[in-house]
Design a protein around this ligand. Structure first.
Ligand SMILES: *[C@@H]1O[C@H](CO)[C@@H](O)[C@H](O)[C@H]1NC(C)=O
Ligand SMILES: *[C@@H]1O[C@H](CO)[C@@H](O)[C@H](O)[C@H]1NC(C)=O
Ligand SMILES: *[C@@H]1O[C@H](CO)[C@@H](O)[C@H](O)[C@H]1NC(C)=O
Ligand SMILES: *[C@@H]1O[C@H](CO)[C@@H](O)[C@H](O)[C@H]1NC(C)=O
Ligand SMILES: *[C@@H]1O[C@H](CO)[C@@H](O)[C@H](O)[C@H]1NC(C)=O
Ligand SMILES: *[C@@H]1O[C@H](CO)[C@@H](O)[C@H](O)[C@H]1NC(C)=O
Length: 471
């Protein structure tokens, strides 16, 4: 269960094998302390960062710094086209820093995620790595010459905002796209994510929502019979039959993850962000779910949805509905973070959403974490560390959210001050504004990118004014 939910947050991880290398960069290593916050463990290790200086004005051009999130950094470099699109205009150097414990930035090699080594995986350690790296990139100067703008999407967006909050002397401003900084316990209702998933489907068709909503109990009844399980295996091209209650639950979890993912990556163009999908995938799959169905017709229709989700533009393969970890280490890393500080309660009610009701219970959740990693989550840590919804003292941050994005439910949708501002993008899914410009982009996302540029202009101007005032 835990895995299925948190897979969602692993935005980009799964596409690792599909990434087309559009952009060119140099890969470098930077030495960081294992533990920034104590002096007894003095080991160090290397984090990776990617650099492109093709457009850089070495005399004082800005550094655009991507605060890497939970995955290998190439993925974020390849999918944050906005930074590449504007680099020439700003004569900027591009830097993409890899988050410790992801990709190849492993302090203990392939043993890093073992219980005895994983303890140095925290957001604050990662931010301290980024701070050291920025200090180094600025030539270890007391008075840096290069203004730094932080960028990030999703958890990376949270990090870019937190980076500016915690290290304002190093970072001039931050573009925090689709950053669910309010998704922590008690800050927003736990059902908000699935309510937005449902409304994204509702925009495509109310009938589609009704059909999905009624499918859960119909499927449970249907799968109760052994013969029907064989039928489903054949019709849905499943790798494994649905033999018992655990299998049924896994299959239903797979379907729920499918709908959640389709809502997240409901982009106006064909994309391979999480997996190859057609443009406007929610609308595409809802085309199959608008009829009034009779008997097994509904299940046949859902079979077509699964085909789009699992096999679009790919070599047809059987559907492995038990595979929730996608076979890379990154999922484990995020699971651990979700079990310590990054606690984001998720539930469904079956009332305002199209899913079966499923409550969230901190006690149960915490026990699961303890069993898995030997740690108990501290439910309020992240809010206390990063300010929750009391961040008026911060400055120079843009929080952007697409209203089609389920994560917007935990995002900042209203400006907090004149320098901590919200950009709300109707018609946009998960951090569409950070993606490369595309002819199919809706007008609002173009406007959002213009607002980003205006803010960057302003922050750079401020930096330079400040610089000229100095003796
Ligand atoms: C770590 O400390 C040990 C002594 O406790 C010392 O020999 C070693 O050089 C130190 N390593 C670093 C990287 O500072
Ligand atoms: C289930 O399938 C088996 C073998 O195909 C068949 O013999 C049996 O009659 C079926 N049972 C029902 C209830 O349809
Ligand atoms: C259900 O079947 C799967 C294999 O299909 C098996 O791994 C699992 O242990 C079974 N669970 C129960 C509760 O019988
Ligand atoms: C459902 O389909 C069956 C077989 O195709 C048909 O006999 C029946 O009338 C249909 N029922 C409805 C309510 O359409
Ligand atoms: C499905 O995925 C699970 C989990 O990764 C894996 O253990 C299993 O071997 C896979 N099954 C098939 C048929 O690929
Ligand atoms: C959460 O689960 C625990 C243990 O199963 C139970 O004692 C507690 O009453 C539950 N809390 C809520 C709010 O449902």
């Amino acid at each position: 269960m835990l895995n299925v939910k948190f897979f969602l947050f692993l935005l980009t991880l799964i596409l690792l094998n599909v990434v087309k290398c559009k952009y060119v960069y140099e890969t470098k290593l930077f030495q960081v302390p294992l533990d920034h916050f104590g002096y007894q463990r003095n080991e160090t290790f290397n984090i990776r960062y990617l650099v492109n200086e093709d457009n850089w004005d070495r005399g004082g051009g800005p550094i655009f710094f991507y605060t890497g999130n939970e995955g290998q950094i190439e993925t974020f470099a390849q999918h944050t086209g906005f930074m590449w699109d504007i680099a020439a205009d700003y004569r900027a150097k591009l830097v993409f820093a890899e988050h410790r414990y992801y990709g190849k930035s492993m302090p203990f090699g392939d043993k890093s995620l073992n219980k005895e080594h994983i303890g140095y995986l925290t957001s604050s350690q990662a931010l301290a790595d980024y701070a050291d790296l920025v200090n180094f990139l600025q030539g270890d100067r007391m008075r840096p010459r290069y203004p730094v703008i932080a960028f990030g999407g999703s958890y990376g967006g949270m990090l870019s905002a937190y980076f500016r909050m915690k290290y304002p002397h190093l970072v001039t401003g931050a573009i925090a796209a689709s950053a669910p900084v309010h998704m922590y316990p008690d800050m927003v209702p736990c059902e908000v994510f699935h309510r937005i998933v449902t409304s994204s489907f509702k925009i495509a068709s109310q009938k589609c929502v009704d059909n999905i909503k009624s499918s859960w109990s119909e499927l449970r009844t249907f799968l109760g019979s052994q013969n029907n399980s064989d039928w489903i295996k054949t019709k849905w091209n499943l790798c494994e039959p649905v033999k018992n209650a655990t299998d049924v639950q896994n299959l239903l979890d797979y379907l729920q993850t499918m709908y959640e993912t389709l809502a997240m990556v409901n982009y106006p163009f064909q994309s391979d962000f999480l997996m190859p999908l057609p443009a406007q995938p929610v609308r595409v799959v809802c085309q199959y779910l608008t009829d009034k169905f009779n008997g097994t017709q509904l299940f046949e229709a859902i079979g077509k949805v699964i085909e789009v989700y699992a096999n679009y533009n790919r070599k047809p393969d059987c559907v492995n509905y038990t595979n929730t970890n996608y076979g890379n280490l990154d999922a484990s890393g995020w699971d651990y973070q979700a079990c310590t500080e990054m606690i984001m309660p998720m539930c469904t009610t079956g009332k305002d959403d199209m899913f079966e009701p499923s409550p969230w219970n901190f006690t149960t959740y915490a026990e699961g974490c303890h069993k898995k990693y030997g740690v108990y989550p501290r439910r309020d840590d992240a809010r206390i560390q990063y300010g929750g919804d009391r961040i008026k003292a911060a400055s120079n941050i843009v929080f952007s959210n697409g209203l089609l994005d389920p994560w917007a439910g935990g995002g900042i949708l209203n400006s907090i001050s004149s320098t901590v501002t919200a950009v709300v993008i109707i018609d946009a899914a998960h951090h569409l504004d950070l993606m490369p410009a595309n002819p199919n982009d809706p007008e609002p996302v173009k406007m959002a990118r213009n607002i980003h540029r205006q803010n960057i202009d302003k922050w750079l101007r401020e930096f330079r004014e400040e610089q000229t005032k100095r003796p």
